[in-house]
Design a protein around this ligand. Structure first.
Ligand code: ADP
Length: 161
């Protein structure tokens, strides 16, 4: 079975990667898809985010990296993914995620949403927290892959320099 794991991944964190790794043991194929959202101004370009994800998942043969625009359900149908994967870190994620899952279910009965619990030691991680730490010079080595830590360093050094 093929699963779609959509998100902004701005940037990808070790929390995302833990979920991708575990999902790749459960599904024949996991498509990690970066949403191109014209209403959001990301910190990293689409190309950078694709590169970060491709590099971080290179060792996982079942994982494919893609990008999409528009509705997640439409993209899931297009790539014939039966499942949309979403991660749950805390109760605070739940309300929004459930609303999203119900919305998607109302749009297509052919795609199901599956929630995976975050690894406990990564449950505090979000892309925005990582950026906040990096912006003020904190160590992010235990939060993101090494290449992403370098990208963050470049991003914020340039911004202040
Ligand atoms: P979005 O903007 O769609 O929420 P994100 O890139 O922030 O995109 O997250 C994509 C998915 O990854 C979501 O399902 C989110 O709950 C999940 N996720 C975010 N952080 C973590 C984490 N630390 N561990 C596991 N899953 C996470």
């Amino acid at each position: 079975m093929r699963a779609l794991y959509p998100g902004s991944f701005d940037p990808v964190t070790l929390g995302h990667l833990d979920l991708i790794q575990r999902a790749s043991g459960l599904f024949d194929e996991v498509i990690v898809a970066v949403l191109r959202n014209p209403n959001k101004q990301p910190s990293f370009s689409l190309e950078q985010r694709l590169e970060q994800l491709t590099c971080a998942t290179r060792h996982l043969p079942q994982v494919r990296v893609a990008s999409f625009e528009g509705l997640t359900v439409h993209f899931a149908l297009q790539v014939q993914a039966r499942v949309i994967l979403r991660g749950l870190r805390a109760l605070s994620d739940f309300e929004f995620e459930l609303q999203l899952a119900h919305t998607n279910a109302s749009l297509s009965a052919e795609v199901d949403t599956l929630f995976m619990a975050t690894a406990v030691h990564h449950s505090f991680l979000s892309s925005s927290v990582v950026k906040e730490v990096a912006r003020f010079g904190g160590d992010v080595q235990h939060m993101v892959p090494a290449a992403v830590a370098e990208d963050l360093h470049r991003l914020f050094n340039r911004a202040v320099g």
